[in-house]
Structure formats: C-alpha cells, structure tokens
Design a protein around this ligand. Structure first.
Ligand SMILES: Cc1cc2nc3c(=O)[nH]c(=O)nc-3n(C[C@H](O)[C@H](O)[C@H](O)COP(=O)(O)O)c2cc1C
Ligand code: SF4
Length: 442
C-alpha cells in the first residue's frame, strides 16, 4: 500500500506557523477565496470526501444543505470532542498540524458563508487545547484569521475562530448535543429534523464537521478533486487516520489510504499481535462498532462500504485488537458500563436499556447468569436500536447485539449449568456461584 500523507505530513515542526507557511501554508485559502463559494463546495463534493467523525457522510453534500439566501448568521462547529473509547486520532491533528485545521476552517467557513467557527475540544485534552490555542493565536497575529484577513488575503471575507473546551461528557460529541453545550445548556441531543443546516446554533444554519474532515480541505483545494478522489477506496477516497490500539506491538495513529486491508494494517503497521498470539476479536471503528471475529478478517478492507459489507462500520477508524486470551465478557461489560454512564437519560430505551444490559452483564461476569440472559440481552439491545433520539442508543446496542451473535459460544461458557430443585411439589430454578443446595435442603 502506497504511503501518502495528507493530514499528518512528515515535515519536522510543521505545527509551527513559519514552517507551515514555508511549505505553502495558507495558500489554499487564498486560492479558495478567489473562486466562488459554489465552486469550492463543488470541488469538495467531487473529491468524494466523507466525514471522518463516524457516519462517513459526504462533506460537500452536507455543505450544500446550508441555505444560500438568509439574513441569519451561519456557523461552523468543528467537532474535536473525541471521547469514543478507541478513538484518539484528532488529537494528533491538534498536535502536529493545527494550522492545516485552521486553514481548513477558513475555507469551510467561506464555502458555507459562516463568519464564526467553534472548535469544540474534549475537556480532558488540556495539552492539545493549549497547543491549538497557541496555533490560533499565531494565526490571528499573522492576519490569517479575523478582520485582518481582508488585508492579508485581499478579500471581503473574514471569519473568527473560537476554541471551546468540553467538560467531560461523551454525549457532547453528538452534533446536536454539541450545539446545546456550546450554547451553554446541558448536552442533550436534539430531535431531528430540523437538521443543523436548518436550525443549528442559536436557531441559525450550522454545519458540524469532524477535525480530520476539515483538515483535509486545504489539500483538496491545493491539489484538486481528481487527485483526492484517486487515492484509496473509490467510494470513500483519501487517507484515514487509523488509531490502532489493544494487543499490538506498535499501537498508534497511522495515516494510510482508505481501503487498506485490515490484516495489513494490523500486521505491517501495528507490528502484529503481542507475543505472537492469535486474534480473537477486532472492533474496527471505535467501541460502538460491531466487533469482528479474529478468524474472519481475511480480505476485509478499511473503508465505509467494505466494512458495512463485512458486517461492521468504519466509525472513527479506531481499530481495537484483542488477542486469544481476552475475556470478551469483561470487554463487553466495560463497554456497556461506559455507554450506560454516558447516556444523557432523555430516552427511556437508552436510559433504562443501557442500565439493564450493564446489570445483566455484571451478573454474567460474576458467574450468576442464566441461559436466557444472552437472549434477553439481545432483546434489550434490539429494543434500544433505532428507537432513540440520538445514535448513542445504537452505539450501546451494537456491541452487545453483535458480540452475542458472533461470540455466543464463548459467552455461553460463562453460564453455569442450571440446578433444578424440587421444593414443595414445585420446580424451582436456582443458580448461584456458591452452591446453595446445602443451605436450602437443610
Ligand atoms: C454519542 C455520539 C458521540 C459522537 N462523538 C463525536 C466526536 O467526538 N467527534 C466527531 O467528530 N463526531 C462525533 N459524533 C458524530 C457527530 O454527531 C457528527 O456526525 C460528526 O461530527 C459530523 O462530522 P463529519 O461529517 O465530518 O464526520 C458523535 C455521535 C454520537 C452519536
Ligand atoms: S439515545 Fe441516549 S444519549 Fe441519545 S438522547 Fe437518548 S438517552 Fe440521550
């Protein structure tokens, strides 16, 4: 697989404004400001760029939903909340390439007609918030952002960028919760429609895009849509920042063309599994995506369509690798505990269902499961999926549903054989880790 860098170029000190400028930095914004906004949107549409925040939606198409004729202010919100377990790639952009993100924001704001952009950064990312703020301050001082842009770029257009720090809630990464949070309200997702382009921040048209998505924009403008669309998978082109974690020799963030084989990603880039063990399970796109069996990874490509066909999804491309010794019940319990904890509580299926699933899995993990528990878990997951305001419900349901579907035999090992006790002519079903017979029969 050819190595190509778009978002994280291998240039020393690229995060510094002078190095970025010396390598053609901020020239793409200049180029974009000299063509019409429609043309910019058209280039991004034709490039085939799809959002890197989880849903892989066409970026150009999303931009085209922004109303053209409106007196209302428009906004861009850049999503750097990055709180999904297994996802840690946007922070690499904050650290290594903040100016390309800023330049991407300038071009995006121009295209959609926004004069204000917010970069919403995960609250725990203290270090990266500081790095990003430093880059933004430098860009302001150099005249690339704010009113001075008019002079710097010789254009009427200018915009302001603000960094907003999250406060530790995963749900605030969901685009409508993010907007509520930015407005100063509790991070509750909103019912859609209306969609953000119709009614977003403070009731005004808003576009929300992921950090990595926006960081691609300057290079698309610089090199053209044909160049971008020819990289990687045809229907999901470009590079992807793959976050490799788990039982690997070389975990980390790797920028590689989309469509790379999952096995190549693990073996060549992740350095293979620790201690030469076999793979039991891989979650290919962050903890909410359906897990894949280790013995069925051959031929799976890492792009949205291929992963969908393989029964999973690209999500945030956070690839979590688990070796043959992993206790998947504990993994599932940990994942479910996270979603239960992060559920905002607005919808009953998510609020109650995540709690039920956690309690049931805990009981299984404690050795007190019944044979019907796995069916019940599947049923609860099915009742959450698709029945909630936001996709956190699906995010909680999928790991449970698909882990049971794909690893049922393994999970069944945690179920103890049923003890049938005849008590007063009735048949009672008992189960316990401590043998209850002695006390009951005494
Ligand atoms: C519970 C939840 C958390 C999310 N967290 C993030 C996040 O941290 N970063 C992100 O970019 N998208 C996140 N998303 C997806 C966003 O709602 C939205 O689709 C995305 O920011 C759009 O950007 P894109 O089109 O560039 O991918 C999350 C979605 C859900 C349901
Ligand atoms: S699905 Fe869960 S997190 Fe999303 S709005 Fe409903 S209760 Fe809140």
């Amino acid at each position: 697989m050819e190595e190509i860098r778009i978002v994280l170029p291998k240039i020393p000190d690229y995060h510094k404004i002078e190095v970025y400028e010396n390598n053609g930095g901020y020239q793409s914004a200049k180029k974009a400001f000299n063509i019409s906004t429609d043309e910019v949107i058209d280039i991004v549409k034709k490039s085939g760029l799809r959002g890197r925040g989880g849903a892989a939606f066409s970026t150009g198409l999303k931009w085209s939903f922004m109303p053209k004729t409106t007196d209302k202010p428009k906004y861009l919100a850049v999503n750097g909340d990055e709180s999904e377990p297994g996802s840690f790639k946007d922070r690499q952009v904050f650290e290594d390439n903040p100016h390309q993100l800023i330049e991407g924001i300038l071009i995006s704001c121009y295209a959609i007609g926004a004069k204000t952009a917010y970069i919403y950064i995960r609250g725990e990312y203290h270090k990266w918030i500081k790095l990003m703020q430093k880059a933004l301050d430098d860009a302001y001082e150099a005249g690339y952002v704010g009113e001075k842009m008019k002079e710097k770029f010789g254009t009427d257009f200018y915009c302001d960028i603000y960094i907003h720090k999250g406060a530790g809630a995963y749900i605030c990464g969901e685009e409508s919760a993010l907007m509520n949070s930015l407005e100063g309200y509790r991070g509750y997702p909103r019912i859609k429609p209306p969609f953000p382009a119709q009614r977003g921040l403070w009731g005004n048209p808003t576009t929300i895009n992921n950090v990595e998505t926006i960081a691609n924009i300057p290079k698309i403008i610089e090199n053209g849509w044909e160049w971008f669309s020819s990289i990687g998978a045809q229907k999901h082109p470009g590079t992807i920042l793959f976050g490799l974690s788990g039982h690997l020799n070389k975990p980390g963030v790797y920028e590689l063309p989309s469509g790379i084989l999952l096995t190549e990603l693990i073996e060549k880039y992740g350095g293979g599994v620790l201690n030469g063990k076999k793979i039991k399970c891989v979650i290919p796109g962050g903890s909410s995506m359906p897990p894949l069996r280790g013995d069925q990874l051959e031929g799976i490509k890492m792009d949205a369509d291929s992963l969908r066909d393989a029964g999973s999804a690209i999500g945030t491309a956070g690839v979590m690798v688990m070796d043959e010794d992993t206790n998947l019940l504990k993994v599932l319990l940990r994942i479910t505990k996270f979603y239960h904890h992060e559920s905002c509580g607005q919808c009953t299926p998510c609020r109650e269902g995540t709690g039920w699933m956690e309690k049931t899995l805990k009981r299984l993990a404690d050795g007190n499961g019944t044979p019907k528990d796995l069916d019940m878990l599947e049923s609860v997951a099915n009742n959450i999926e698709g029945n909630t305001i936001c996709a956190l419900g699906d995010a909680a349901a999928w790991p449970v549903k698909f882990m049971i579907q794909r690893f049922r035999n393994e999970l069944e090992e945690y179920l103890k054989p049923e003890i049938i006790l005849p008590v007063k002519n009735k048949v009672h079903s008992m189960r316990n880790t401590v043998n209850p017979l002695s006390t009951i029969l005494r």
